[in-house]
Each structure stands twice: as structure tokens, then as C-alpha cells.
Design a protein around this ligand. Structure first.
Ligand code: SF4
Ligand code: SF4
Length: 635
């Protein structure tokens, strides 16, 4: 199989990937000039994270003096690579600043005030990398902070640590996007160093074949590579027909080997590793010259520039500084219209302070004629007419129009079913869309939202796992505690039942304690009883006294009433005498008789009451004396 692939390649025959487009190349703007070295900028802004993975831990603080090549962060995990000082100076700030990202988000950055001396940290040059073992070489690549420079930014040492058998090491020199010529110029000027980097990769991975894929629109670079590899049988320079996006990883693999990398699968599973050609140059710098990744070639192009060109830019250089080097003229009332990356895969940036990072290969400053939509500031998007042109050109064989509908509806499940993450953001669909729908923008937003959701889900899952683990641990602790107490009680019981002198002593001590408790309880009960009796007696005495007092009052009242009645009776008697003397007034007599009857009844009632009270008084006196007698007896 491998042999037939090589035979095909030797005959200049390649496979085709699905779709693709042929946009105007616009490479001549910069491809005719050498890479320019520029003066040091006054300030550099270095984001801590410039790659896929996590950022490293800071090694410097504000005010530190730093040397060129000095590490500023250290890696905390394999997916992290450090950043280094691109020149000497002083750390003036460590704070959040806008970075090169479609969302325009801010990330933690190190601000370096450049001192202009460009003083290096001590380095160790290695003239023969073969004297180093593989692990040392991989460590050198990792600690130099190298991450894929083609745009993805995947940490290089991870790919190189792979153990499986490698059939093809593919070097991506396609550089298929319009305007961009950074790799083209690098190959022309640094072909020997690039081939040294490829030799280091060969030493580490020992692949069966090394294929350098380059499009046929770079004749000088092709010539340089062919000359540099003339005596290396293993390396094949593959000249590919120009078609966008041949430089996509899966597309390049398909063109060179005919192999399809399925959705969700990695090239390494098919015995293939792909590295960018600029990464090979960085590997040589790191392993041989002990130079970490602190600079890269950036194409600064577009028709609003007086001098479009390729520049050796230090990482952290603000794009405003690069635009100034290329005589940028603002055509839009000083409003910045700049694209980071190429016209198809790039994204607009509105802040001139955004710095160059490891993956920045192009700054595009177009004119209003080149990119009218960027200047109009309004979208010309109209409804999808279902023409299907987007599907025809999609190199990942997706259905861009359906992806767009699901992205607008935020239907993440459907987007996953439609393999959104196989989309390589190539922009071919948006390029051909007659409705001018910015399809890639919708996909980017949807991808960012799904990643955010996944992060949230992972965090929730971790929190749930922690909670469950805690619950189990507490349950275990409780069971262990109960078991411990049970065992201790059993041990005590067993010890008590033994007839040893200690056990007997313990038993008698327990019995004595029980007796003491019983005695104490009995004493307490007696005391309570006596207090209760005393209280009862006191209460009875009080009741008796109050009863006597009440009877005295009533007796006084009754005596007063009797006196009143007697006085009235005497009065009646005198009246009666008068009546007897005057028999002629019969009506008066009758009245007097009635009154007499009522008075007699009243007197009888009063007397009866008086008697009743006397009786009661006698009873109370009797009771009281009998109780007193009883108390006396009991005491
Ligand atoms: S190319 Fe544009 S208009 Fe045509 S189907 Fe695709 S999204 Fe719709
Ligand atoms: S951007 Fe995505 S959907 Fe559009 S053509 Fe490229 S791979 Fe296909």
C-alpha cells in the first residue's frame, strides 16, 4: 500500500479532496520581497496562552528585569507550553488585555518595556542533535514553547511523544490561503534550517516516508526544497495543484495518501503525523541553537498598505507597530479595518494593540475595493435560497446551509449530529454563497457556545462526583464509628464477665455506684414529700383564718340587719297603737297588717340565717380543732 502511494507520488499523481475553491491568490503583493527585519518596538504584549491547551504559571512579577529568551511562564501540565521574553527589558505590567481572537476577548498578558539592548540569556548550542537522546530533544522542544505554527497551535511535543508506528510524516508547506506568503518566503530563505528540523523529526519519529506537500504556485520555494533534499531518499517534495484549502490537515492527507480521516479520528490512528513547515524551522532553532519560540514570519498585506511585506516579528508586537512599518493608510475615517489571518479563515480585529502570537501568520489591511463589506459596516446577508453551492465546495463534506439554520436556532444536538466540529472554518462556503451569509461566523459562535457548555458540564459532573464521594466517605465513617463503639462495649462486657480480680473489682465498684444512686434517689424523694406536707399545712391554716374572718363580717352584717328590723318593728308597734286608737281609719289598718306580715317574715328569715351562721361557725371551729389535734398527733 505504502509502495503504491510512493509510486503514484513519484509519477506526480495525487488524489483529490471533495469541494474546494480557486479564489484570486493576491500573493504577488508580498512574495517578491525578502523577509524584513524591523527595529525593536517600545513595548511588547505577551498573552500567557498562545496555543491550544492551558496557560503556564507565571515566573516573573512587575518590575523584574528580563533577558531575551528567558522563560516567563512554566508548564503545569503536558498541554501547556511556556512563553519566553522576545527581547530584554522590564516587566511593566501583568494584566488582562485584548488578544487575537474572533470574540475580541481579553486574557492575561505580560507587558514588557523593551530596553533596546536585546541582551540574550545564556544559551547552549548543540551542533549534533544525534548526540542527544530522544527524551532530551522532546524536552527541548517542549521547553522552547513550540506549538503548531500553521494556525491550530497544538503543542508540538505531544505529537512527537506518540509511540505508534508512523508510515508518513507529512510536512505542510501548502500555504493555500490568498495573500499569505510567510511560509513561501521562509522556505526560500531558510530551506537548510527547515530541512534540519525535518531531520530532527525523522530522528524522533522514524517514519517510513516524509512527504513535503507544497502548492505549485511557489516555484522558488519548491526549487529550494528540492535542492535541500536532493540526497535524502526518504523525503519527497510533492508539488500539488493549487486549490483552496489543500493546506487543511485532512485535505492534505487525502491529496497525498488517498486516506480519509474519519470524523472523530486522528491522523496518528492511521500512522500519519502532520507538522507545519514553520514549526520545523522553530524546532531547529530550539534543538540546535537553543532559541525558544520568540519570533515568526508574518505577512502584512493588503491594498491599504504602502509597503506590504513579510516581517520577522517578535511575539507580542502590537499590530499597530507592524502596520506602521508597512505605511498603513486609514481609509475609513481612522476606523481600523484589519483582518487577523487570511481573507477566508481570518477574523476582524478592531483594536490596534492586539499582539502577534505563535499562530499569527498574516495581518491583512484591505482597501475598500478589496473588501467592501468590511468598510460598509453592515451585513448584506439575505435569506438562504437553498442553492446548495456551499455543500458543493465544502472540503469536509458537510451541509453548511443546515449547519447555519441549526446554529441560528442554537440547536446544539443537531449541530453535533451534523458534525459541526469537522468544519475547519475554511470559509469556502461563505465565499460562494450568493446570499452573502457569513456562514463561518455562525459556526464559530456555535462552536464557542458548545465548548462553553461542555466546560460547564464537566465542572458540574466533577462537583457531583465530589459530592457523591463525600457522601460515601461520611457514611463509611459513621459505620466505622458505630462498629468501634459496639466492639468497645462488647470488650467491656466480656471483661466484666471474666472472674479475674480486676473484673470483680470493677463489678463491686459498679454495684457500689448503683447503691449510691438508689440511696440518693430515696433521700431525694423523702425530702420532696416533707416539703409538700409542710406546704399543705401552711395552706390549710391560711384557709381557716380567712374563713373565720369572713364569718365575723357576715355576723356583723346580720346583727345590723336585725337591729334595723327591730327598730322598724318598734316603729310599727307605735303606729299600730295609733291605729287602735283610731278605728275609723280601716284602710290604714289593712295596710299596717300587710306590712306587719312582711316584717314578721323578714325577721323570721333573719333569725334563721343567724342560726345557720352560728351552726357553720361551730362546724369550722370543730374541724380546725380536730385538725390541730391530728397534726399534734402526727408530729
Ligand atoms: S450557498 Fe448560501 S444560499 Fe446557497 S444553500 Fe448555501 S447558504 Fe443557502
Ligand atoms: S467553513 Fe466549514 S462548512 Fe464551510 S466549507 Fe469550510 S469546512 Fe465546510
Amino acid at each position: 500500500m505504502m509502495k503504491s502511494i510512493i509510486e503514484r507520488i513519484s509519477q506526480g499523481k495525487f488524489w483529490q479532496f471533495h469541494g474546494g475553491i480557486h479564489p484570486p491568490e493576491q500573493k504577488k503583493l508580498t512574495s517578491e520581497k525578502p523577509i524584513r527585519n524591523i527595529a525593536l518596538p517600545k513595548q511588547l504584549i505577551l498573552p500567557l496562552q498562545q496555543h491550544i491547551g492551558s496557560q503556564g504559571e507565571l515566573l516573573v512579577t512587575v518590575g523584574d528585569k528580563i533577558l531575551k529568551g528567558q522563560p516567563l511562564t512554566k508548564s503545569l501540565n503536558p498541554m501547556s507550553v511556556p512563553v519566553h521574553a522576545p527581547t530584554s527589558g522590564i516587566i511593566s505590567a501583568i494584566k488582562k488585555s485584548v488578544i487575537a481572537h474572533p470574540s475580541g476577548l481579553s486574557e492575561l498578558c505580560i507587558f514588557i518595556d523593551v530596553d533596546g539592548n536585546d541582551s540574550w540569556i545564556k544559551r547552549e548550542i548543540c551542533n549534533d542533535f544525534k548526540t542527544l537522546d530522544k527524551e532530551t530533544i522532546i524536552n527541548k522542544i517542549a521547553s522552547a514553547g513550540i506549538a503548531g505554527m500553521g494556525g491550530a497551535g497544538f503543542p508540538t511535543h505531544i505529537k512527537l511523544s506518540a509511540k505508534p508506528e508512523i508510515n508518513f510524516l507529512i510536512i505542510n508547506a501548502a500555504e493555500c490561503e490568498p495573500y499569505i506568503t510567510a511560509d513561501d518566503l521562509l522556505i526560500r530563505e531558510q530551506s537548510e534550517a527547515i530541512i534540519d528540523g525535518i531531520k530532527i523529526l525523522d530522528h524522533l519519529l522514524t517514519p517510513a516516508f516524509i512527504l513535503i506537500g507544497i502548492e505549485d504556485n511557489k516555484p522558488e520555494a519548491i526549487k529550494a526544497l528540492q535542492e535541500a533534499t536532493r540526497n535524502i531518499e526518504k523525503i519527497k517534495v510533492c508539488i500539488l495543484p493549487t486549490k483552496y484549502p489543500t493546506g487543511g490537515e485532512k485535505q492534505l492527507i487525502k491529496v497525498l495518501t488517498g486516506k480519509e480521516i474519519k470524523s472523530g479520528s486522528l491522523p496518528i490512528n492511521s500512522g500519519i503525523i502532520v507538522q507545519n513547515i514553520a514549526t520545523c524551522f522553530a524546532i531547529t532553532d530550539a534543538v540546535i541553537h537553543d532559541i525558544p519560540l520568540i519570533r515568526r514570519v508574518v505577512t502584512v498585506s493588503g491594498k491599504s498598505l504602502g509597503k506590504p511585506q513579510n516581517i520577522w516579528a517578535l511575539l507580542g508586537t502590537p499590530i499597530s507597530y507592524l502596520l506602521k512599518q508597512c505605511d498603513h493608510t486609514h481609509e475609513n475615517n481612522n476606523k481600523l479595518v484589519v483582518v487577523m489571518g487570511g481573507p477566508l479563515m481570518g477574523f476582524s480585529i478592531s483594536n490596534a494593540q492586539v499582539p502577534i502570537i505563535k499562530t499569527s501568520n498574516c495581518i491583512l489591511a484591505p482597501s475598500a475595493i478589496e473588501m467592501p463589506s468590511a468598510f460598509s459596516g453592515k451585513s448584506n446577508e439575505v435569506e438562504c435560497i437553498r442553492c446548495g453551492q456551499c455543500s458543493d465546495v465544502c472540503p469536509s463534506q458537510l451541509m453548511p446551509q443546515e449547519l447555519q439554520w441549526s446554529a441560528k436556532a442554537k440547536d446544539y444536538d443537531q449541530l453535533n449530529k451534523l458534525n459541526l466540529f469537522d468544519c475547519i472554518d475554511c470559509g469556502a462556503c461563505a465565499y460562494v454563497c450568493p446570499s452573502q451569509i457569513p456562514l463561518v461566523e455562525y459556526y464559530r459562535i456555535a462552536k464557542a457556545e458548545i465548548r462553553q457548555q461542555q466546560l460547564f458540564d464537566v465542572k458540574s459532573e466533577k462537583a457531583k462526583t465530589r459530592f457523591e464521594a463525600r457522601k460515601i466517605r461520611l457514611e463509611k465513617d459513621k459505620t466505622a464509628r458505630i462498629e468501634k463503639h459496639k466492639k468497645a462495649a462488647e470488650a467491656r462486657k466480656a471483661a466484666m464477665n471474666n472472674s479475674t480480680p480486676e473484673a470483680n473489682g470493677a463489678k463491686s465498684a459498679v454495684a457500689a455506684a448503683l447503691a449510691r444512686v438508689k440511696a440518693k434517689k430515696a433521700a431525694s424523694n423523702n425530702q420532696k414529700k416533707s416539703i409538700s406536707n409542710k406546704e399543705q399545712h401552711e395552706s390549710n391554716d391560711q384557709n381557716h383564718e380567712s374563713s373565720l374572718k369572713s364569718n365575723d363580717n357576715r355576723k356583723a352584717k346580720i346583727s345590723a340587719t336585725i337591729a334595723k328590723v327591730k327598730a322598724k318593728k318598734a316603729q310599727e308597734a307605735s303606729i299600730s297603737k295609733e291605729v287602735e286608737l283610731n278605728d275609723s281609719v280601716t284602710s290604714t289598718l289593712k295596710i299596717t297588717d300587710d306590712k306587719k306580715v312582711r316584717i314578721a317574715a323578714t325577721i323570721a328569715k333573719a333569725k334563721a340565717k343567724e342560726k345557720e351562721i352560728d351552726n357553720k361557725e361551730e362546724k369550722v371551729t370543730f374541724k380546725s380543732s380536730s385538725k390541730n389535734n391530728q397534726q399534734k398527733e402526727s408530729t
